[in-house]
Design a protein around this ligand. Structure first.
Ligand code: BDR
Ligand code: CA
Length: 303
């Protein structure tokens, strides 16, 4: 099993990614930490707790950063709704978040693990940047970071920037220059592996989890005729099915200022870094395999 920690801002596609991670036996989800992003951190924390409660799971949830390191916070409620996870009536009796902050919880969980942990951020990287600044020793017990965010091509916030990196470009810059290997799961594949309307219509016929996912996914503002982007779910798909995704090694850095603020700049030509790389960038994906896997995963869930 792959030991992971998810650092998230649920968020509709985050919710689907957490659902896969909680339920797949090949993944051992140790901790969920939350960050401000799609909506405020109070809401993203509540949404993570709703999912944990829905699956009767005992995975701890720790609340993290209320705002980016430097840039003012802007949410994405226009895509994810006011609550961040609209459309389904989750139980109201929610467990409590941990009695420590995300950074402390991350440190403790990473240091306590007998095997190296894979960090899976699906929101902006504020908590991870703070963790690396405060407790750099954790890096030695991190396998790698499989992060949703960034794009070699177009952005989805600005022409240049993807939302998670745009939200906190300074944190992204710290994480990309941290020395910990990164898999960049960006828009280059997530806009390709849309969950088709056919797949979405199947979900409620499968089980209660399928109904829950269907009911929230149809509220996603990131919707087109060919389907709905499930950005964050691509991180979990990558962990389980790397053979369905093509990656390219390169150096990636992040713009923190100007019109391209939040852009992930991949040194595709290898012009600046002497052959040194810090990231495996996902550049292509088998979209049909992604859809097939998504439906199979939910079909196999016990709820
Ligand atoms: C990312 O932005 C958020 O709105 C999604 O949850 C995903 O993490 C896609 O750009
Ligand atoms: Ca997200």
């Amino acid at each position: 099993t792959i030991k992971i920690i998810m650092d998230t801002d649920p968020g509709i596609d985050d919710a689907a990614a957490i659902t896969m991670a909680i339920n797949d036996d090949n993944i051992d989800l140790k901790l969920i930490t939350t960050v401000a992003g799609n909506v405020t951190v109070d809401k993203t924390t509540k949404n993570a707790l709703k999912l944990v409660r829905f699956f009767n799971s005992d995975i701890p949830v720790a609340a993290g950063a209320k705002q980016p390191l430097i840039k003012p916070f802007e949410d994405a409620a226009r895509i994810h709704g006011e609550s961040g996870m609209p459309g389904y009536d989750f139980p109201e009796d929610l467990p409590k978040p941990m009695n420590k902050s995300a950074v402390e919880a991350l440190r403790d969980a990473i240091m306590a693990s007998d095997e190296k942990i894979t960090l899976v951020p699906t929101g902006s990287y504020t908590n991870i940047a703070l963790l690396f600044s405060e407790y750099p020793e954790v890096k030695d017990n991190i396998e790698r970071i499989v992060a949703m965010g960034g794009s070699l091509g177009m952005g989805n916030m600005t022409s240049a920037a993807e939302f998670n990196v745009f939200t906190d470009p300074h944190a992204a810059r710290i994480v990309y220059n941290s020395g910990v290997p990164i898999v960049m799961v960006g828009l280059d594949i997530t806009m390709k592996a849309l969950l088709t309307h056919e797949s979405i219509e199947k979900l409620p016929t499968l089980n209660e989890t399928g109904k829950m996912l269907h009911d929230i996914i149809i509220h996603d503002g990131d919707n087109s005729d060919s389907g709905i982007a499930m950005h964050d779910v691509n991180t979990i798909f990558y962990l389980l099915h790397p053979e369905a995704i093509t990656t390219k090694e390169m150096w990636v850095d992040v713009q923190t200022e100007g019109p391209a603020m939040g852009e992930t700049v991949g040194d595709i030509r290898g012009a600046y870094h002497d052959g040194k790389t810090n990231a495996s960038v996902c550049v292509d994906i088998d979209a049909a395999a992604f859809n097939k896997w998504f439906i199979e995963e939910v079909t196999n869930m016990s709820k």
